[in-house]
Design a protein around this ligand. Structure first.
Ligand code: APR
Length: 238
């Protein structure tokens, strides 16, 4: 008898990579402490000082390249041998991919890629093969290359793809996101009524989510282990 596979979706945020040493945005040692969002993560910031923005993301890329996937990333990728998992991440790091996950959708871009800073009609992304994007790096249309990161005030192109994936989920696992940034946070409401929903976060007790969410008050690595063990039991029983 062939086993029935479930449609499992993980929706991750900065807390997913916290145990890899990448700071989250809104915790006290958060990334934005030394920079205001407006200085580095808006189209206006790029227009005003592209060198500062490039330098800021170069430093982040360097930190990410020096980091490795943690147990939470690895638990998710290993589970693919039992049942596929689609990851929708708000993170711009590539730790899900480096851990071996094969289905990863980046909602807010991917810091390891660049794109044209010109009118965004081309939708072409170029791999950055080191930590450094240089001010002289240009794309074929002649515009300077900027990081492939969705800045505040920019359109989230992958939103409708993400919503489609979430609508089809049997199980949604939300992990390490404060759910404070729209429109991404609205995705948790796109599930169908039968979807089983979990939220894993050390601050989940303070978070306002629909009452059917199973709250797992724990770090990403411990929480995902518990949740996936439970799902595995269901899968092997069925
Ligand atoms: N394990 C799990 N969760 C953790 C851990 C951990 N070890 N450490 C912290 N967290 C939780 C925090 O409690 C918080 O709820 O991770 C969450 C991180 O929230 P944010 O810093 O707001 O990050 P995120 O929700 O991903 O931000 C969304 O905002 O700044 C923009 O575009 C950026 O993608 C980002 C978006």
């Amino acid at each position: 008898m062939t086993k029935k596979l479930l449609n499992i979706v993980v929706f991750s945020g900065a807390g997913m990579s916290a145990e890899s040493g990448i700071p989250t945005f809104r915790d006290s040692n958060g990334l934005w402490e030394n920079y205001s969002i407006h200085e580095v993560a808006t189209p206006q910031a790029w227009k005003h000082d592209p060198d500062l923005v490039t330098k800021f993301y170069n430093q982040r890329r360097k930190n990410i390249l020096e980091s490795i996937p943690n147990e939470a990333h690895l638990e998710i990728s290993r589970f693919e041998s039992i049942n596929p998992i689609t990851v929708i991440t708000q993170n711009i790091d590539d730790l899900h991919e480096r851990s071996g996950s094969t289905r990863v959708l980046h909602l807010h871009g991917n810091i390891m890629q660049s794109k044209s800073s010109g009118p965004d009609t081309e939708k072409a992304y170029y791999d950055i093969n080191s930590w450094e994007l240089k001010s002289t790096d240009k794309c074929p249309d002649g515009y300077r290359l900027r990081p492939h990161v969705v800045w505040f005030g920019e359109e989230v192109y992958e939103l409708s793809n993400a919503a489609k994936i979430i609508k089809e989920a049997d199980i949604l696992i939300v992990i390490g996101t404060s759910l404070q940034v729209y429109p991404a946070s609205g995705l948790i409401h796109e599930t169908n009524p039968d979807c089983k929903r979990y939220i894993i976060d050390p601050k989940c007790e303070e978070m306002i989510v629909p009452s059917d969410f199973v709250k797992v008050n724990s770090s990403a690595s411990a929480g995902i282990k518990t949740v996936l063990e439970n799902i595995k039991k269901v899968l092997t029983k069925g």
